[in-house]
Design a protein around this ligand. Structure first.
Ligand code: NAD
Length: 364
């Protein structure tokens, strides 16, 4: 297969981890006779520096013309004091909107060999395998008005939480479709005891649920969900929720695995290219030092192969290679314990590439 991939390395450790993921893609291409063509484009701080906008037109065009988009991370202290429209995050929100990426998928899988790097007890973590499906283009982060104002004669600010029925329908459907090929359970998270938007969310989730009689649907209030994720995360299969709740819960869930450096994500829409990125940020504290854990970005390209290109076998080989290097005890700094030998980004990447080579050789 020939696939066009737009690569947005971004800022901080973004270029380092993206380079690792591209090496892994090249390894897969070599073994399976695929051709991946990469177009590099600018997003975030690097785009602000060079083009005075976090999301240049050329970047949007390149993304729209590709089959899949790979993103590192954006942001850093250098751009923290710029006005709102010139913030790196604007580029990220903008490209999600431009590509109409309404669903963010974040799998959280606990690797057994890593459970001691989580702050939670091993018996709570072992066997965790859940998927958070976060609505990405609606809700509080996009509602209008979102501005400073005056209220009762003093300074105030307002943000707006608005959801249309169609926006809820498509994300909830996405969750049910995923649950079909997983463990057949959807937990819809809302705040229906307080928010009108949540009451509509719950109503729509119930309606969609009737189209999937074999899948269990439960509703959970977001405060309870935050607690249950720590208390008993194994109860969850697919968790679907609105934008802000998903933002918070998915970061909380990421800590089940012990490190942000382990978790991939996929943002998908209807028809166009999906966007694949690690959930961590640009980690300015370790940028440029060849210390970043590349596994989240490598796992993100596995998701790209699976969800955008239908290359399920290839994706599973990458996932198997990641498990293999972890089981063999290879560690970057963020997932190491005292006494472990610490690998650099490039060394960890080599281990994954070697593992892919070995797995493919055995399977052939
Ligand atoms: P961060 O995820 O960048 O870093 C948090 C901590 O985790 C740091 O100690 C960092 O060194 C460590 N870390 C993160 N990824 C790692 C990896 N792959 N390997 C090893 N260690 C890793 O979060 P932050 O410090 O809150 O944010 C830094 C910048 O990133 C900010 O400008 C923020 O706005 C931006 N950010 C971007 C995204 C994105 O691009 N999607 C997401 C979150 C934060």
């Amino acid at each position: 297969m020939n696939k066009k991939i737009t690569v947005l390395p971004g800022d901080g450790i973004g270029p380092e981890v993206v380079q690792s993921a591209v090496e892994v893609l090249d390894t897969i291409a070599k073994h399976f006779d695929h051709q991946f063509t990469y177009t590099y484009a600018k997003l975030g701080g690097v785009a602000i520096d060079e083009e005075n906008t976090p999301l240049p037109e050329a970047t949007v065009k390149a993304c729209k013309e590709s089959d899949g988009v790979l993103l590192g991370a954006v942001g850093g202290p250098k751009w923290d004091t710029l006005p709102g429209h010139l913030r790196p995050e604007k580029g990220l929100l903008g490209i999600r909107k431009q590509l109409n990426l309404f669903a963010n998928l974040r799998p959280v899988t606990a690797h057994e060999s890593l459970t001691d790097s989580s702050t939670l007890k091993q018996e709570v973590i072992n066997g965790v395998d859940l998927m958070i499906v976060r609505e990405l283009t609606g809700g509080l982060y996009f509602g209008d008005p979102s501005e400073r104002c005056q209220k009762d004669g003093e300074e105030a600010a307002v943000d707006t939480l608005l959801y249309k029925r169609s926006e809820i329908e498509r994300i909830v459907k996405q969750a049910f479709e995923l649950a079909k090929v997983r463990r057949q359970k959807v937990t819809s998270v809302d705040k229906a005891n307080v928010l009108e938007s949540s009451r509509l969310w719950r109503e729509v989730a119930e309606e969609i649920g009737t189209q999937y009689p074999d899948i269990e649907l439960e509703h959970m209030l977001v405060d309870n969900a935050a607690m249950q994720l720590i208390r008993n995360p194994k109860q969850f299969d697919v968790v679907v929720t609105e934008n802000m709740f998903g933002d918070i819960l998915s970061d909380e869930a990421s800590m089940l695995t012990g490190s942000l450096g382990m978790l991939p994500s996929a943002s998908i829409g209807s028809g166009g290219p999906g966007l694949y990125e690690p959930i961590h940020g640009s980690a300015p504290d370790i940028a440029g030092q060849n210390k970043a854990n590349p596994l989240a970005t490598i796992a993100s390209v596995a998701m790209m192969l699976k969800y955008s290109f239908g290359m399920v076998k290839e994706a599973e080989i990458i996932e198997e290679a990641i498990s293999h290097v972890l089981n063999a005890g290879h560690r970057t700094g963020d997932i190491s314990k005292q006494g472990d030998a610490i690998l650099s980004t490039t060394e960890m990447t080599e281990k994954v590439v070697d593992a892919i080579d070995a797995i493919v050789t055995v399977k052939n």
